[in-house]
Design a binder for this molecule. Structure first.
Ligand code: HEC
Length: 134
């Protein structure tokens, strides 16, 4: 059962299929709940992850290093200087609608900033924060 949500996410991404942020969050919630009974996503924990400073990478100690302190604002890549559109869904309707894109960037950014993959629970919390922040 544990592999099922990941499999669904993979199939969805192979189909290039658009989802809503709620559906993407729900996939992570289901995956987290299979590891931790009664898991419920928390925008507050998602915000804490977004702001937490890690000691892995001097150039990008936090998600905010590129996405800025305010997810409603456009960010700037800490290394290349390229503009990054806002992460909050209220400011950028394309966010958290493409499961493959979401997985790709969680994969890359968590590894670089946190030093490991983010857990399904952390991803569910992060999507909750980005969907709810106003
Ligand atoms: C080195 C700069 C950088 C840092 C630090 C960074 N990101 Fe990003 N992030 C990007 C870029 C570049 C993109 C892709 C461009 C875009 O989508 O606008 C992106 C996109 C994303 C997306 C895709 C969302 C979507 O639906 O389009 C997620 C999720 C994400 N980042 C999460 C995180 C998390 C979580 C952290 C902290 C652990 C983080 N990022 C830190 C640069 C960064």
């Amino acid at each position: 059962m544990r592999a099922l949500p990941a499999l669904l996410l993979l199939l969805a991404s192979l189909a290039g299929h658009a989802e809503t942020p709620q559906q993407i969050r729900q996939t992570y919630v289901a995956e987290a709940a299979s590891q931790q009974a009664g898991f419920a996503p928390s925008a507050k924990r998602g915000e804490a992850l977004f702001r937490q400073r890690f000691a892995i990478n001097d150039k990008m100690p936090a998600c905010t290093s590129c996405h800025t302190d305010n997810p409603l604002n456009a960010g700037q890549h800490a290394v290349t200087g390229k503009t990054i559109r806002p992460l909050a869904t209220v400011a950028n309707a394309e966010r958290f609608t493409d499961p493959a894109k979401v997985e790709k960037w969680f994969g890359r950014n968590c590894k670089e900033v946190v030093g490991r993959a983010c857990t399904p629970a952390e991803k569910a919390d992060f999507v909750a924060f980005m969907s709810e922040v106003r």
